[in-house]
Design a protein around this ligand. Structure first.
Ligand SMILES: NC(=O)C1=CN([C@@H]2O[C@H](COP(=O)(O)OP(=O)(O)OC[C@H]3O[C@@H](n4cnc5c(N)ncnc54)[C@H](O)[C@@H]3O)[C@@H](O)[C@H]2O)[C@@H](O)CC1
Ligand SMILES: [K+]
Length: 499
Protein backbone atom coordinates (compact mmCIF):
# COMPACT_ATOMS: atom_id res chain seq x y z
CA UNK A 1 0.00 0.00 0.00
CA UNK A 2 1.26 3.49 -0.71
CA UNK A 3 0.15 6.06 1.86
CA UNK A 4 -0.34 9.75 1.13
CA UNK A 5 -0.97 12.67 3.46
CA UNK A 6 -2.38 16.09 2.84
CA UNK A 7 0.12 18.93 2.70
CA UNK A 8 -0.97 20.46 6.03
CA UNK A 9 -0.39 17.15 7.79
CA UNK A 10 3.03 16.73 6.17
CA UNK A 11 4.01 20.17 7.41
CA UNK A 12 2.73 19.48 10.93
CA UNK A 13 4.69 16.22 11.09
CA UNK A 14 7.81 17.97 9.79
CA UNK A 15 7.44 20.67 12.45
CA UNK A 16 7.07 18.12 15.21
CA UNK A 17 10.12 16.19 14.06
CA UNK A 18 12.23 19.29 13.38
CA UNK A 19 11.65 20.44 16.95
CA UNK A 20 13.51 17.34 18.15
CA UNK A 21 16.37 17.52 15.65
CA UNK A 22 19.34 19.86 15.16
CA UNK A 23 18.59 22.73 12.79
CA UNK A 24 18.72 21.75 9.13
CA UNK A 25 18.95 18.01 9.83
CA UNK A 26 15.69 17.19 8.08
CA UNK A 27 16.67 19.02 4.93
CA UNK A 28 20.00 17.18 4.96
CA UNK A 29 18.17 13.85 5.10
CA UNK A 30 16.02 14.89 2.14
CA UNK A 31 19.02 16.15 0.16
CA UNK A 32 21.03 13.00 0.91
CA UNK A 33 18.18 10.82 -0.39
CA UNK A 34 17.77 12.96 -3.49
CA UNK A 35 21.50 12.97 -4.22
CA UNK A 36 21.82 9.23 -3.78
CA UNK A 37 18.98 8.54 -6.25
CA UNK A 38 20.57 10.96 -8.75
CA UNK A 39 23.93 9.23 -8.35
CA UNK A 40 22.29 5.88 -9.11
CA UNK A 41 20.64 7.30 -12.23
CA UNK A 42 23.94 8.55 -13.65
CA UNK A 43 26.31 6.09 -15.30
CA UNK A 44 29.14 7.95 -13.54
CA UNK A 45 28.89 10.87 -11.09
CA UNK A 46 32.43 12.14 -11.71
CA UNK A 47 32.31 14.52 -14.65
CA UNK A 48 28.52 14.26 -15.10
CA UNK A 49 26.77 17.52 -16.00
CA UNK A 50 23.98 18.31 -13.54
CA UNK A 51 21.66 21.32 -13.72
CA UNK A 52 19.57 22.43 -10.73
CA UNK A 53 16.37 24.43 -11.23
CA UNK A 54 16.09 26.34 -7.98
CA UNK A 55 12.98 28.08 -6.67
CA UNK A 56 12.88 30.43 -3.70
CA UNK A 57 11.64 27.98 -1.05
CA UNK A 58 12.90 24.91 0.77
CA UNK A 59 12.32 22.76 -2.32
CA UNK A 60 15.08 24.82 -3.92
CA UNK A 61 17.12 24.31 -0.73
CA UNK A 62 16.87 20.53 -1.11
CA UNK A 63 18.04 20.78 -4.72
CA UNK A 64 21.01 23.00 -3.78
CA UNK A 65 22.20 20.68 -1.01
CA UNK A 66 21.77 17.63 -3.25
CA UNK A 67 23.73 19.48 -5.95
CA UNK A 68 26.49 20.21 -3.43
CA UNK A 69 26.71 16.50 -2.57
CA UNK A 70 27.01 15.59 -6.25
CA UNK A 71 29.59 18.35 -6.84
CA UNK A 72 31.70 16.93 -4.00
CA UNK A 73 31.72 13.64 -5.89
CA UNK A 74 33.06 15.32 -9.00
CA UNK A 75 29.90 16.25 -10.92
CA UNK A 76 29.84 19.55 -12.78
CA UNK A 77 26.86 21.24 -11.14
CA UNK A 78 25.18 24.43 -12.33
CA UNK A 79 22.24 26.10 -10.63
CA UNK A 80 19.61 28.13 -12.44
CA UNK A 81 17.95 30.44 -9.92
CA UNK A 82 14.31 31.32 -10.59
CA UNK A 83 14.02 34.80 -9.14
CA UNK A 84 16.12 36.62 -6.58
CA UNK A 85 14.90 34.73 -3.50
CA UNK A 86 17.03 31.69 -2.77
CA UNK A 87 17.84 29.36 0.12
CA UNK A 88 21.06 31.09 1.34
CA UNK A 89 22.80 28.25 3.22
CA UNK A 90 22.00 25.84 0.38
CA UNK A 91 23.56 28.18 -2.18
CA UNK A 92 26.58 28.64 0.04
CA UNK A 93 26.97 24.85 0.31
CA UNK A 94 26.80 24.47 -3.47
CA UNK A 95 29.42 27.18 -4.03
CA UNK A 96 31.77 25.72 -1.43
CA UNK A 97 31.51 22.35 -3.16
CA UNK A 98 32.55 23.92 -6.46
CA UNK A 99 29.11 24.38 -8.07
CA UNK A 100 28.25 27.58 -9.91
CA UNK A 101 25.23 29.72 -10.67
CA UNK A 102 23.97 30.34 -14.19
CA UNK A 103 21.95 33.32 -15.26
CA UNK A 104 18.32 32.30 -14.64
CA UNK A 105 16.86 33.59 -17.89
CA UNK A 106 17.44 33.28 -21.58
CA UNK A 107 18.96 30.72 -23.86
CA UNK A 108 21.94 30.12 -21.63
CA UNK A 109 19.83 28.38 -19.01
CA UNK A 110 17.66 26.62 -21.57
CA UNK A 111 20.65 25.15 -23.34
CA UNK A 112 22.14 23.98 -20.05
CA UNK A 113 18.86 22.19 -19.17
CA UNK A 114 18.58 20.59 -22.58
CA UNK A 115 22.09 19.22 -22.69
CA UNK A 116 22.65 18.20 -19.04
CA UNK A 117 23.03 14.55 -18.08
CA UNK A 118 20.61 15.12 -15.21
CA UNK A 119 18.27 17.94 -14.24
CA UNK A 120 16.97 18.36 -10.67
CA UNK A 121 13.66 20.19 -10.54
CA UNK A 122 13.60 22.17 -7.28
CA UNK A 123 11.31 24.99 -8.40
CA UNK A 124 8.34 24.26 -6.13
CA UNK A 125 7.38 21.42 -3.82
CA UNK A 126 4.50 21.25 -1.37
CA UNK A 127 4.55 25.06 -1.17
CA UNK A 128 3.62 25.55 -4.83
CA UNK A 129 0.22 27.14 -5.37
CA UNK A 130 -1.67 27.80 -8.59
CA UNK A 131 -0.18 27.93 -12.07
CA UNK A 132 3.60 28.35 -12.23
CA UNK A 133 4.59 31.98 -12.66
CA UNK A 134 7.57 33.20 -14.72
CA UNK A 135 10.40 32.40 -14.93
CA UNK A 136 9.38 29.10 -13.30
CA UNK A 137 6.92 28.23 -16.06
CA UNK A 138 9.50 28.68 -18.85
CA UNK A 139 12.09 26.67 -16.94
CA UNK A 140 9.59 23.89 -16.32
CA UNK A 141 8.67 23.91 -20.01
CA UNK A 142 12.25 23.56 -21.20
CA UNK A 143 12.68 20.33 -19.19
CA UNK A 144 10.49 18.76 -21.90
CA UNK A 145 13.48 19.05 -24.24
CA UNK A 146 16.01 17.76 -21.75
CA UNK A 147 18.13 14.97 -23.21
CA UNK A 148 19.17 13.75 -19.76
CA UNK A 149 17.16 12.40 -16.85
CA UNK A 150 14.71 14.78 -15.15
CA UNK A 151 14.39 14.22 -11.41
CA UNK A 152 11.67 16.08 -9.52
CA UNK A 153 12.43 17.03 -5.94
CA UNK A 154 9.47 16.04 -3.73
CA UNK A 155 6.79 16.97 -6.32
CA UNK A 156 7.07 17.81 -10.04
CA UNK A 157 6.83 21.60 -10.09
CA UNK A 158 3.48 22.79 -11.38
CA UNK A 159 1.63 19.80 -9.90
CA UNK A 160 -0.57 20.65 -6.94
CA UNK A 161 0.75 18.34 -4.22
CA UNK A 162 -2.58 18.07 -2.43
CA UNK A 163 -4.80 17.17 -5.36
CA UNK A 164 -2.78 16.33 -8.47
CA UNK A 165 -4.23 19.32 -10.26
CA UNK A 166 -2.11 20.89 -12.99
CA UNK A 167 -2.91 24.46 -13.90
CA UNK A 168 -0.79 25.34 -16.90
CA UNK A 169 2.78 24.03 -17.22
CA UNK A 170 4.22 21.28 -15.03
CA UNK A 171 7.51 19.41 -15.12
CA UNK A 172 7.31 15.90 -16.57
CA UNK A 173 9.79 13.96 -14.50
CA UNK A 174 11.40 10.61 -15.21
CA UNK A 175 11.79 10.07 -11.49
CA UNK A 176 10.24 11.88 -8.53
CA UNK A 177 12.03 11.62 -5.19
CA UNK A 178 9.50 12.40 -2.49
CA UNK A 179 10.18 12.85 1.22
CA UNK A 180 8.55 11.30 4.28
CA UNK A 181 5.26 10.22 2.70
CA UNK A 182 3.49 10.33 -0.66
CA UNK A 183 1.44 13.42 -1.40
CA UNK A 184 -2.04 12.81 -2.92
CA UNK A 185 -1.03 14.69 -6.07
CA UNK A 186 1.62 12.06 -6.82
CA UNK A 187 -1.02 9.34 -7.01
CA UNK A 188 -3.88 11.12 -8.76
CA UNK A 189 -3.94 12.24 -12.40
CA UNK A 190 -3.03 14.52 -14.01
CA UNK A 191 -0.30 14.95 -11.37
CA UNK A 192 0.49 11.24 -11.22
CA UNK A 193 1.20 11.19 -14.96
CA UNK A 194 3.93 13.83 -14.42
CA UNK A 195 5.87 11.88 -11.79
CA UNK A 196 7.53 9.04 -13.68
CA UNK A 197 8.81 6.51 -11.15
CA UNK A 198 8.23 7.72 -7.59
CA UNK A 199 10.84 6.96 -4.93
CA UNK A 200 9.99 7.55 -1.30
CA UNK A 201 12.85 8.70 0.93
CA UNK A 202 12.39 7.98 4.62
CA UNK A 203 13.27 11.15 6.55
CA UNK A 204 11.94 9.79 9.85
CA UNK A 205 8.47 11.35 9.77
CA UNK A 206 6.73 8.04 10.44
CA UNK A 207 5.87 8.44 14.12
CA UNK A 208 4.63 11.99 13.60
CA UNK A 209 2.29 11.23 10.72
CA UNK A 210 -1.42 10.65 11.39
CA UNK A 211 -3.56 8.13 9.47
CA UNK A 212 -3.23 8.60 5.70
CA UNK A 213 -5.74 10.64 3.69
CA UNK A 214 -5.24 8.68 0.49
CA UNK A 215 -3.98 5.15 -0.13
CA UNK A 216 -3.07 3.33 -3.33
CA UNK A 217 -3.16 -0.45 -3.00
CA UNK A 218 -0.80 -2.83 -4.74
CA UNK A 219 -1.94 -6.23 -5.93
CA UNK A 220 -0.76 -7.85 -2.68
CA UNK A 221 -3.03 -5.54 -0.66
CA UNK A 222 -6.15 -6.82 -2.39
CA UNK A 223 -7.95 -10.02 -1.52
CA UNK A 224 -10.77 -11.41 -3.58
CA UNK A 225 -12.97 -14.23 -2.31
CA UNK A 226 -11.78 -17.65 -3.43
CA UNK A 227 -14.23 -20.53 -3.28
CA UNK A 228 -13.48 -23.00 -0.46
CA UNK A 229 -14.08 -26.77 -0.96
CA UNK A 230 -17.44 -26.48 0.82
CA UNK A 231 -18.59 -23.49 -1.28
CA UNK A 232 -21.75 -23.73 -3.28
CA UNK A 233 -23.24 -21.14 -5.59
CA UNK A 234 -25.18 -19.48 -2.76
CA UNK A 235 -22.17 -19.18 -0.50
CA UNK A 236 -20.09 -17.73 -3.36
CA UNK A 237 -22.75 -15.07 -3.75
CA UNK A 238 -25.75 -14.51 -5.97
CA UNK A 239 -25.89 -11.12 -7.64
CA UNK A 240 -29.12 -9.69 -9.01
CA UNK A 241 -28.84 -7.38 -12.01
CA UNK A 242 -31.65 -5.07 -13.08
CA UNK A 243 -30.50 -3.52 -16.35
CA UNK A 244 -31.34 -2.93 -20.00
CA UNK A 245 -34.59 -2.21 -21.75
CA UNK A 246 -36.30 -2.85 -25.07
CA UNK A 247 -34.13 -0.23 -26.79
CA UNK A 248 -30.82 -0.62 -24.99
CA UNK A 249 -29.58 -4.15 -24.55
CA UNK A 250 -25.78 -3.88 -24.81
CA UNK A 251 -25.30 -2.45 -21.32
CA UNK A 252 -27.19 -5.37 -19.79
CA UNK A 253 -25.11 -7.93 -21.69
CA UNK A 254 -21.84 -6.35 -20.59
CA UNK A 255 -22.97 -5.96 -16.99
CA UNK A 256 -23.96 -9.64 -16.82
CA UNK A 257 -20.62 -10.54 -18.45
CA UNK A 258 -18.72 -8.58 -15.78
CA UNK A 259 -20.64 -10.41 -13.04
CA UNK A 260 -20.25 -13.90 -14.56
CA UNK A 261 -16.49 -13.41 -15.02
CA UNK A 262 -16.34 -11.59 -11.67
CA UNK A 263 -16.77 -14.86 -9.82
CA UNK A 264 -20.46 -14.68 -8.88
CA UNK A 265 -21.86 -18.02 -7.68
CA UNK A 266 -24.91 -17.17 -9.75
CA UNK A 267 -26.15 -14.16 -11.72
CA UNK A 268 -29.87 -13.44 -11.68
CA UNK A 269 -30.78 -11.06 -14.46
CA UNK A 270 -34.13 -9.25 -14.49
CA UNK A 271 -35.44 -7.00 -17.24
CA UNK A 272 -37.99 -6.67 -20.03
CA UNK A 273 -38.46 -9.50 -22.61
CA UNK A 274 -35.95 -8.49 -25.30
CA UNK A 275 -32.83 -8.14 -23.12
CA UNK A 276 -33.87 -11.24 -21.17
CA UNK A 277 -33.95 -13.22 -24.42
CA UNK A 278 -30.54 -11.91 -25.49
CA UNK A 279 -28.92 -12.60 -22.11
CA UNK A 280 -30.29 -16.17 -22.23
CA UNK A 281 -28.56 -16.66 -25.57
CA UNK A 282 -25.25 -14.99 -24.75
CA UNK A 283 -24.87 -15.88 -21.07
CA UNK A 284 -26.57 -19.23 -20.45
CA UNK A 285 -24.89 -19.21 -16.99
CA UNK A 286 -27.25 -16.42 -15.89
CA UNK A 287 -30.82 -17.02 -14.72
CA UNK A 288 -32.87 -14.46 -16.61
CA UNK A 289 -36.37 -13.40 -15.56
CA UNK A 290 -38.85 -11.00 -17.16
CA UNK A 291 -40.10 -8.46 -14.62
CA UNK A 292 -42.67 -5.68 -14.61
CA UNK A 293 -41.67 -2.29 -13.27
CA UNK A 294 -43.41 -2.69 -9.92
CA UNK A 295 -42.43 -2.33 -6.25
CA UNK A 296 -42.44 -6.12 -5.77
CA UNK A 297 -40.10 -6.77 -8.73
CA UNK A 298 -37.04 -7.70 -6.60
CA UNK A 299 -39.06 -10.31 -4.70
CA UNK A 300 -40.03 -11.98 -8.01
CA UNK A 301 -36.39 -12.46 -9.01
CA UNK A 302 -35.48 -14.88 -6.23
CA UNK A 303 -32.84 -14.93 -3.55
CA UNK A 304 -29.80 -12.67 -4.08
CA UNK A 305 -27.10 -11.27 -1.81
CA UNK A 306 -26.48 -7.96 -3.63
CA UNK A 307 -28.06 -5.93 -6.42
CA UNK A 308 -26.78 -3.96 -9.37
CA UNK A 309 -29.28 -1.55 -10.90
CA UNK A 310 -29.08 0.97 -13.70
CA UNK A 311 -27.05 0.13 -16.83
CA UNK A 312 -29.19 0.75 -19.94
CA UNK A 313 -32.31 0.99 -17.81
CA UNK A 314 -33.52 4.35 -19.12
CA UNK A 315 -34.53 7.22 -16.91
CA UNK A 316 -38.33 7.25 -17.19
CA UNK A 317 -40.99 6.49 -14.56
CA UNK A 318 -40.63 2.73 -15.09
CA UNK A 319 -36.90 2.91 -14.49
CA UNK A 320 -37.52 5.01 -11.41
CA UNK A 321 -39.91 2.40 -10.03
CA UNK A 322 -37.27 -0.29 -10.44
CA UNK A 323 -34.46 1.76 -8.92
CA UNK A 324 -36.73 2.56 -6.00
CA UNK A 325 -37.78 -1.06 -5.55
CA UNK A 326 -34.19 -2.29 -5.50
CA UNK A 327 -33.03 0.41 -3.10
CA UNK A 328 -35.91 -0.43 -0.75
CA UNK A 329 -34.46 -3.92 -0.18
CA UNK A 330 -32.19 -4.39 2.81
CA UNK A 331 -29.32 -5.73 0.69
CA UNK A 332 -26.15 -4.06 -0.64
CA UNK A 333 -27.00 -2.20 -3.86
CA UNK A 334 -24.73 -0.80 -6.55
CA UNK A 335 -26.30 1.95 -8.66
CA UNK A 336 -24.74 2.80 -12.02
CA UNK A 337 -25.38 4.71 -15.24
CA UNK A 338 -29.10 5.51 -15.84
CA UNK A 339 -29.76 4.50 -12.24
CA UNK A 340 -27.59 7.43 -11.15
CA UNK A 341 -29.57 9.84 -13.31
CA UNK A 342 -32.74 8.63 -11.62
CA UNK A 343 -31.09 9.04 -8.21
CA UNK A 344 -30.14 12.63 -9.02
CA UNK A 345 -33.86 13.51 -8.81
CA UNK A 346 -34.61 10.98 -6.05
CA UNK A 347 -31.81 11.42 -3.55
CA UNK A 348 -34.29 10.45 -0.85
CA UNK A 349 -33.82 6.83 -2.01
CA UNK A 350 -30.29 6.92 -0.59
CA UNK A 351 -31.65 6.95 2.97
CA UNK A 352 -31.20 3.27 3.74
CA UNK A 353 -29.32 1.06 6.19
CA UNK A 354 -27.66 -1.46 3.87
CA UNK A 355 -24.51 -0.46 1.95
CA UNK A 356 -24.96 1.56 -1.25
CA UNK A 357 -22.24 1.84 -3.89
CA UNK A 358 -22.43 4.52 -6.58
CA UNK A 359 -20.18 4.36 -9.64
CA UNK A 360 -20.48 7.70 -11.45
CA UNK A 361 -18.20 9.37 -13.94
CA UNK A 362 -17.67 13.09 -13.46
CA UNK A 363 -20.80 14.12 -15.42
CA UNK A 364 -23.05 11.76 -13.47
CA UNK A 365 -21.56 12.92 -10.20
CA UNK A 366 -22.17 16.55 -11.16
CA UNK A 367 -25.86 15.72 -11.63
CA UNK A 368 -25.94 13.85 -8.32
CA UNK A 369 -24.34 16.69 -6.36
CA UNK A 370 -26.72 19.20 -7.84
CA UNK A 371 -26.57 22.85 -8.90
CA UNK A 372 -23.22 24.60 -8.71
CA UNK A 373 -21.19 21.50 -9.51
CA UNK A 374 -20.10 20.86 -13.07
CA UNK A 375 -18.33 18.02 -14.80
CA UNK A 376 -15.34 20.31 -15.45
CA UNK A 377 -15.10 21.27 -11.79
CA UNK A 378 -15.16 17.64 -10.71
CA UNK A 379 -12.55 16.66 -13.31
CA UNK A 380 -10.27 19.42 -12.01
CA UNK A 381 -10.77 18.60 -8.30
CA UNK A 382 -11.57 14.91 -8.19
CA UNK A 383 -10.32 14.13 -4.70
CA UNK A 384 -12.31 16.88 -3.07
CA UNK A 385 -15.50 15.94 -4.91
CA UNK A 386 -15.36 12.20 -4.34
CA UNK A 387 -15.00 12.87 -0.60
CA UNK A 388 -17.84 15.33 -0.64
CA UNK A 389 -20.04 12.88 -2.53
CA UNK A 390 -19.37 10.04 -0.07
CA UNK A 391 -20.34 12.30 2.83
CA UNK A 392 -23.38 13.98 1.27
CA UNK A 393 -24.81 10.87 -0.35
CA UNK A 394 -24.02 8.47 2.54
CA UNK A 395 -22.64 5.95 0.07
CA UNK A 396 -19.44 4.35 -1.12
CA UNK A 397 -18.58 6.41 -4.19
CA UNK A 398 -16.38 5.12 -7.00
CA UNK A 399 -15.54 8.06 -9.25
CA UNK A 400 -14.46 6.83 -12.67
CA UNK A 401 -11.83 8.66 -14.68
CA UNK A 402 -8.19 8.63 -15.62
CA UNK A 403 -7.48 7.81 -11.97
CA UNK A 404 -10.44 6.03 -10.43
CA UNK A 405 -11.04 7.03 -6.79
CA UNK A 406 -13.11 5.20 -4.18
CA UNK A 407 -14.36 7.07 -1.12
CA UNK A 408 -16.32 6.27 1.99
CA UNK A 409 -16.90 8.77 4.76
CA UNK A 410 -14.14 8.96 7.42
CA UNK A 411 -11.81 6.61 5.58
CA UNK A 412 -8.77 7.22 3.41
CA UNK A 413 -9.67 7.62 -0.26
CA UNK A 414 -8.49 4.66 -2.33
CA UNK A 415 -6.68 5.42 -5.58
CA UNK A 416 -6.74 2.77 -8.27
CA UNK A 417 -3.28 2.25 -9.75
CA UNK A 418 -4.36 0.18 -12.77
CA UNK A 419 -6.18 1.35 -15.86
CA UNK A 420 -5.36 2.61 -19.30
CA UNK A 421 -6.69 5.31 -21.56
CA UNK A 422 -8.02 2.51 -23.79
CA UNK A 423 -10.69 2.00 -21.12
CA UNK A 424 -12.37 5.22 -22.17
CA UNK A 425 -14.73 3.41 -24.52
CA UNK A 426 -18.45 2.71 -24.43
CA UNK A 427 -19.61 -0.17 -22.28
CA UNK A 428 -16.59 -0.62 -20.02
CA UNK A 429 -18.50 0.99 -17.13
CA UNK A 430 -21.20 -1.69 -17.40
CA UNK A 431 -18.55 -4.39 -17.05
CA UNK A 432 -17.23 -2.66 -13.93
CA UNK A 433 -20.63 -2.49 -12.25
CA UNK A 434 -21.33 -6.19 -12.89
CA UNK A 435 -17.91 -7.13 -11.56
CA UNK A 436 -18.25 -4.97 -8.44
CA UNK A 437 -21.75 -6.39 -7.87
CA UNK A 438 -20.37 -9.94 -7.94
CA UNK A 439 -17.75 -9.03 -5.33
CA UNK A 440 -20.40 -7.33 -3.16
CA UNK A 441 -22.58 -10.44 -3.39
CA UNK A 442 -19.61 -12.53 -2.27
CA UNK A 443 -19.73 -10.60 1.00
CA UNK A 444 -16.87 -8.15 0.53
CA UNK A 445 -17.29 -4.84 2.38
CA UNK A 446 -18.47 -2.16 -0.06
CA UNK A 447 -15.23 -0.18 -0.15
CA UNK A 448 -13.14 -3.33 -0.68
CA UNK A 449 -15.46 -4.63 -3.39
CA UNK A 450 -15.29 -1.30 -5.23
CA UNK A 451 -11.50 -1.06 -4.85
CA UNK A 452 -10.87 -4.61 -6.04
CA UNK A 453 -13.31 -4.20 -8.93
CA UNK A 454 -11.59 -1.02 -10.12
CA UNK A 455 -8.22 -2.74 -9.87
CA UNK A 456 -9.23 -5.90 -11.74
CA UNK A 457 -11.14 -3.94 -14.36
CA UNK A 458 -8.16 -1.65 -15.07
CA UNK A 459 -5.76 -4.55 -15.15
CA UNK A 460 -8.02 -6.60 -17.45
CA UNK A 461 -8.16 -3.65 -19.82
CA UNK A 462 -4.38 -3.34 -19.81
CA UNK A 463 -3.94 -7.04 -20.43
CA UNK A 464 -6.51 -6.97 -23.23
CA UNK A 465 -4.87 -3.93 -24.81
CA UNK A 466 -1.42 -5.53 -24.60
CA UNK A 467 -2.56 -8.72 -26.38
CA UNK A 468 -1.22 -12.25 -25.79
CA UNK A 469 1.82 -12.29 -23.49
CA UNK A 470 5.30 -12.86 -24.87
CA UNK A 471 8.01 -14.81 -23.01
CA UNK A 472 8.43 -11.88 -20.56
CA UNK A 473 4.71 -11.44 -19.85
CA UNK A 474 2.31 -8.93 -21.41
CA UNK A 475 3.98 -6.14 -23.36
CA UNK A 476 2.24 -3.11 -21.90
CA UNK A 477 4.28 -0.81 -24.06
CA UNK A 478 2.53 -1.92 -27.24
CA UNK A 479 -1.16 -1.46 -26.57
CA UNK A 480 -4.01 -1.51 -29.06
CA UNK A 481 -7.69 -0.47 -28.96
CA UNK A 482 -10.02 -2.76 -27.02
CA UNK A 483 -13.77 -3.19 -26.66
CA UNK A 484 -15.72 -3.63 -23.45
CA UNK A 485 -16.18 -7.32 -24.30
CA UNK A 486 -12.40 -7.70 -24.48
CA UNK A 487 -12.27 -6.47 -20.88
CA UNK A 488 -14.81 -9.15 -19.88
CA UNK A 489 -12.70 -11.79 -21.62
CA UNK A 490 -9.49 -10.67 -19.88
CA UNK A 491 -10.99 -10.66 -16.36
CA UNK A 492 -9.90 -14.22 -15.45
CA UNK A 493 -6.31 -13.34 -16.34
CA UNK A 494 -6.53 -10.27 -14.10
CA UNK A 495 -7.91 -12.39 -11.21
CA UNK A 496 -4.92 -14.72 -11.51
CA UNK A 497 -2.59 -11.88 -10.53
CA UNK A 498 -4.30 -11.43 -7.13
CA UNK A 499 -3.73 -13.39 -3.93
N1 LIG B 1 9.86 21.65 6.05
C1 LIG B 1 10.87 20.79 6.11
O1 LIG B 1 11.49 20.56 7.12
C2 LIG B 1 11.28 20.05 4.95
C3 LIG B 1 10.90 20.51 3.70
N2 LIG B 1 11.39 19.95 2.64
C4 LIG B 1 11.24 20.56 1.34
O2 LIG B 1 10.60 21.80 1.43
C5 LIG B 1 9.55 21.87 0.49
C6 LIG B 1 8.54 22.86 0.96
O3 LIG B 1 9.22 24.10 1.04
P1 LIG B 1 8.46 25.48 1.09
O4 LIG B 1 7.42 25.45 2.11
O5 LIG B 1 9.51 26.52 1.24
O6 LIG B 1 7.73 25.59 -0.29
P2 LIG B 1 8.27 25.34 -1.78
O7 LIG B 1 9.73 25.47 -1.87
O8 LIG B 1 7.63 24.11 -2.24
O9 LIG B 1 7.56 26.51 -2.55
C7 LIG B 1 7.58 27.82 -2.05
C8 LIG B 1 8.30 28.74 -3.01
O10 LIG B 1 7.72 28.64 -4.30
C9 LIG B 1 7.16 29.89 -4.68
N3 LIG B 1 5.93 29.58 -5.41
C10 LIG B 1 4.78 29.04 -4.93
N4 LIG B 1 3.89 28.87 -5.93
C11 LIG B 1 4.48 29.32 -7.06
C12 LIG B 1 4.06 29.43 -8.41
N5 LIG B 1 2.84 29.04 -8.79
N6 LIG B 1 4.91 29.92 -9.33
C13 LIG B 1 6.15 30.32 -8.96
N7 LIG B 1 6.60 30.26 -7.68
C14 LIG B 1 5.77 29.76 -6.74
C15 LIG B 1 6.97 30.66 -3.41
O11 LIG B 1 7.03 32.04 -3.65
C16 LIG B 1 8.17 30.16 -2.59
O12 LIG B 1 9.35 30.85 -2.96
C17 LIG B 1 9.10 20.45 0.37
O13 LIG B 1 8.39 20.22 -0.83
C18 LIG B 1 10.41 19.70 0.42
O14 LIG B 1 11.02 19.72 -0.84
C19 LIG B 1 12.38 18.89 2.77
O15 LIG B 1 13.61 19.53 2.86
C20 LIG B 1 12.15 18.04 3.96
C21 LIG B 1 12.14 18.87 5.16
K1 LIG C 1 9.92 20.20 -7.48
Amino acid sequence: MRYAHEVGKVRAAEQALMARLPEGALMQRAAAGLASTCARLLPRVYGARVVLLVGGGDNGGDALYAGARLARRGAVVEAVLAGSKVHGPGLEALRSAGGRVLDGSGQNAERAVETADLVIDGLTGIGGTGALREPHASLARCTEYAEGVVVACDVPSGVDAGSGRVDGVAVRADVTVTFGTYKPGLLIDPGAAHCGVVELVDIGLGADLPDPDVVAPWAEDLRVPRPAPESDKYRRGVVGIVAGGERYTGAAMLCVGGAVRGGAGMVRFASSPHPVELVRQRWPEAVATVIEPAPDAPAKVGRVQAWVVGPGLGTDRKAETLVEAVLRTDLPVLVDADGLTVLARRRDLLRRDAPTVLTPHAGELARLLGPGTTRELIEARRLEHVRRAAAELSATVLLKGSTTLVAEEDRPVRVNPTGTSWLATAGTGDVLSGLAGALLAAGMPAIDAATAAAYLHGLAARLAAAGPPGPDGPDLGRQAPISALDVVTALPEAFRTLG
